[in-house]
Design a protein around this ligand. Structure first.
Ligand code: GPW
Length: 827
């Protein structure tokens, strides 16, 4: 269906006009038309879901012309594209963002009002696509938003999981996971393209044979095949007529089911192959940072990467394209190691299927990939056992071995006689079992390797990949993460956005976040500070309504709102935050701390634990148990509340972050690669209490020491302490406050007298504490005292908060994208 066989006059429909401006009446008519002729119901008979779908389709239709036009423009004038390869996209709800990017918010509101519909109720109907675990997936979503807003030709490739990140609930305070059937009511935001399905092989054998020219060629004969069906999602730029594409792959059986077996009555066996195939994209791997449950995960990775490379080479490039020029047309950005199997896959395509010589193919491949590392934790660096990889992808394993041979020859040439170094750098690890180190493979193949914050990139060079940085210093670079100001300021915080626009006299800041600098002088303007406080108060009020409705929780709106929301991980140290809470409670109980000295404060947690992560789940239970006791104990006179709404997700983040006063970013220095929540809070006028870790370092540099509550060991101090021999119990013995705090938890006070229930967390802190929470406890409490003191002067606090907003424009993901373009992509 290509070419010019059709009359040019009929290229696009001429009416109804599908681009804004539109009137409220026009919008009402289109909405009703979608409802009547799309959903097949009259307004009076329609359900909320009918109305939501009709509204979504009405808004969607305004993006359609831009989508067609963007595709057309890109085909006509082909340039170097960015293909973002990511196993996760944590998108959040789509309707609000579509309304924002088309500038239809107020028209849609009025139109719904005229139809007697509460638009808020329709927006609440949308189930967010939770196709990611946490920071890494949300970062991918921010990046594609920025790339569309900056009109960078991009395809985002990933997996259309049928079930996203699990739904969390609490039973007796303990986390229970339920599946997330986000597609159950249908998604109006996706466009399936079964006609563009791609076949992907698994297993089987390889064999060598001579081709017509007598050269040895390898053939891979997979044992089974799976169909990848692409689903397209719009990625609208902010009011710029650009709509990019996110292409997510869904797995289907290659050949339906076995009709003969089915007719014989063995239904389970008849559909078995189908089930096995569909399992590949059935569910988001619920693990965050620590690999487990291996085989299916590797299948997912290869599945989406094979589909994506095939799609780009066969369907996106013109038919006569000379693949010698591939690097001029594409850069595949590897979002951590999850898509790194794309490297041997491209080699396989070029050598086995397109007939390139190995060296030619490697020269091309080496220019087509760039790799972003998102961690410093050794256990989060993916490795695949050779046995597994060879069974699932035998040809890829051969290719990896050959890449490794050539690479190690290069190492030997650069460092003659240094066999110890050769072993250290080998892509194949020999211990504890022979396996492929995906980060090494990525580093060998990539044009550039980047970390996600200045400190992280430094530690990546110095500690994680030092041999590689020595061999190729110019390969390593930093791109500090960012967040999209569209979703996390403009949409999530309409009130602050209004105030900022009014103060700056322009809305340009939404796409040029450095303009927030213009707010700096207003930090000293008492009237502005008062308006700023009113915004925060209104946001707290909104959050109170949300928490009441969603969780039956009561938020004290005159409290300091102290927030720690992020995945539950030992290195992030939710337990340290919990120790602070208990130390206040214990202080009041023991008389050490007069109740009047306790700043009225609500500590708000949001966190999911990976289902198999025992300690994380114990920590969640303990937080809930402490909350239940502290919240009810009259001795606290309501001055300390702990709230832990279940199922923290993007939507809840959008309500919590604008209401926060204090942002907790308290990972042990050297462990959090970047953090991005920290940026969202600062840009919404919360102050940070944090360690010198990840992007905190840059936040503090930008906002200034006076406007940031820094505490704790620095990364070099952590290393020194570790070398010296870290003994957590020595802190317990020397610090009476810490002792009383841990003793109270350990006594079973919060766990119905059961010492056992608190033991996992307490014993771990006392006897292992790999992330040195006890070492930082005293400094953390001292920093919290400084917080209380600062909060007592509301004017001074507002001044600091305003300066945080004014000085954090750097953390726009638009800036991150500019950095990727300048330093890595050159697209
Ligand atoms: F282990 N991150 C994440 F590095 O959310 F792959 N999931 C992950 O699996 C990994 C990293 C991985 C996070 C980092 O922990 C966080 O510090 C960073 O801000 C975020 O990725 C985005 O770069």
């Amino acid at each position: 269906r290509r070419g010019s066989a059709f009359p040019a006059s009929h290229e696009l429909a001429t009416g109804p006009v599908k681009s804004p401006p539109v009137t409220v009446d026009g919008f009402v008519q289109e909405f009703l038309s979608e409802l009547n002729y799309g959903q097949g119901v009259k307004l009076s008979q329609s359900t909320i879901n009918d109305q939501y779908l009709a509204l979504a389709r009405t808004v969607r239709s305004y993006l359609m012309a831009a989508w067609l036009e963007t595709g057309h423009r890109r085909r006509k004038n082909p340039t170097k594209m960015v293909a973002y390869l990511s196993a996760e996209y944590l998108l959040g709800r789509q309707l609000g963002n579509a309304l924002l990017s088309t500038n239809l918010i107020s028209i849609a509101e009025q139109a719904m009002h005229e139809c007697g519909i509460d638009i808020a109720e329709l927006r609440a109907q949308e189930i967010e696509p939770g196709l990611g675990n946490g920071g890494l997936g949300r970062l991918a979503a921010c990046f594609v938003d920025s790339l569309a807003t900056m009109d960078v030709p991009t395809i985002g490739y990933g997996i259309r999981y049928e079930y996203g990140i699990f739904r969390q609930s609490f039973e007796d305070g303990r986390q229970v996971e339920q599946p997330d059937p986000w597609l159950r009511l249908g998604s109006p935001w996706e466009f399936p393209h079964p006609e563009r399905a791609v076949t992907v092989g698994f297993g089987g054998q390889t064999e060598e044979s001579a081709d017509e020219e007598g050269r040895n060629r390898c053939r891979w004969t997979p044992e089974r095949q799976v169909r990848g069906v692409p689903y397209h999602y719009m990625v609208p730029g902010y009011r710029n007529g650009v709509v990019n594409t996110l292409r997510l792959w869904s797995a289907e059986a290659h050949e339906g089911f076995d009709l003969q077996v089915f007719n014989s009555g063995d239904y389970a066996r008849a559909t078995q192959a189908q089930t096995v195939a569909e399992n590949i994209s059935k569910v988001l791997y619920p693990d965050d940072s620590t690999p487990q449950g291996k085989e299916l995960r590797l299948q997912q990775q290869y599945f989406f990467v094979a589909c994506s490379l095939h799609d780009f080479i066969e369907n996106t490039l013109p038919g006569d394209f000379d693949l010698q020029n591939l690097p001029k047309r594409i850069i595949f950005q590897l979002n951590d190691t999850h898509p790194v199997i794309a490297v041997p896959e491209l080699m396989r395509l070029l050598v086995d299927e397109k007939g390139f010589d190995w060296d030619e193919a490697w020269a091309i491949t080496q220019q087509c990939f760039a790799y972003t590392c998102h961690t410093l934790l050794p256990e989060a660096l993916e490795v695949w056992p050779v046995e597994l990889l060879g069974r699932l992808l035998p040809r890829h394993l051969e290719i990896i071995y050959r890449i490794n041979d050539d690479f190690l020859a290069q190492v030997r040439e650069a460092f003659p006689g240094d066999e110890w170094r050769v072993r250290r750098m080998s892509i194949i690890a020999e211990h504890p079992q022979r396996s492929v180190r995906m980060a090494f493979l990525a580093t060998v193949a990539a044009v550039k390797v980047n970390g996600v914050a200045a400190l992280h990139s430094q530690l990546l060079r110095d500690n994680v990949l030092p041999d590689f940085a020595e061999l190729w210093p110019e390969k390593f670079t930093n791109v500090t993460n960012g967040i999209t100001p569209r979703r996390f300021v403009r949409l999530a915080n309409r009130r602050l956005s209004g105030l900022v626009t009014e103060a700056l006299g322009t809305e340009e800041w939404v796409t040029d976040l450095d303009l927030l600098r213009g707010l700096e002088p207003l930090a000293d303007d008492a009237a502005f500070r008062e308006q700023f406080r009113q915004v925060k108060a209104a946001n707290k009020n909104r959050l109170a309504l949300v928490l009441e409705g969603r969780d039956g929780l009561v938020l004290e709106q005159d409290h300091l709102i102290d927030v720690m929301v992020k995945r539950l991980h030992e290195y992030k140290r939710q337990s340290l935050k919990l120790l602070h809470v208990v130390s206040l409670y214990e202080g009041v109980r023991s008389g050490r701390l007069p109740i009047e000295r306790v700043t009225p404060r609500t500590v708000l947690f949001g966190a999911k634990a990976a289902p198999g992560y025992h300690l994380a789940k114990e920590t969640i239970a303990l937080i809930n148990h402490v909350a239940a006791v502290v919240n009810e104990d009259p001795i606290m006179q309501g001055r300390l509340k702990v709230l832990f709404p279940a199922n923290y997700n993007v939507n809840l983040a959008e309500k919590i972050i604008p209401a926060a006063d204090l942002s907790e970013q308290i990972s042990l220095a050297g462990k959090e690669a970047s953090g991005t929540g920290n940026m969202k809070f600062a840009l919404n006028g919360a102050l940070t209490i944090g360690t010198d870790d990840g992007a905190n370092v840059e936040i503090r540099q930008l906002v200034g020491d006076d406007n940031f509550f820094l505490f704790g060991l620095s990364e070099p101090e952590v290393e020194a302490l570790r070398k010296e021999g870290y003994v957590p119990s020595s802190y317990y013995e020397q610090d009476p406050v810490l002792r009383a705090t841990l003793d109270l938890i350990g006594s079973g006070h919060f766990t119905n007298g059961s010492r056992h229930s608190a033991a996992a967390v307490v014993d771990n802190l006392l006897h292992h504490d790999p992330f040195m929470a006890l070492a930082d406890f005293q400094a953390y409490l001292a920093a919290q005292d400084r917080v209380d003191e600062a909060y007592a002067d509301q004017d001074a606090w507002s001044r600091m908060a305003i300066l945080n907003v004014a000085r954090c424009g750097f953390f726009s993901s638009d800036r991150s994208m500019r950095d990727y373009l300048d330093k890595i992509w050159h697209a």
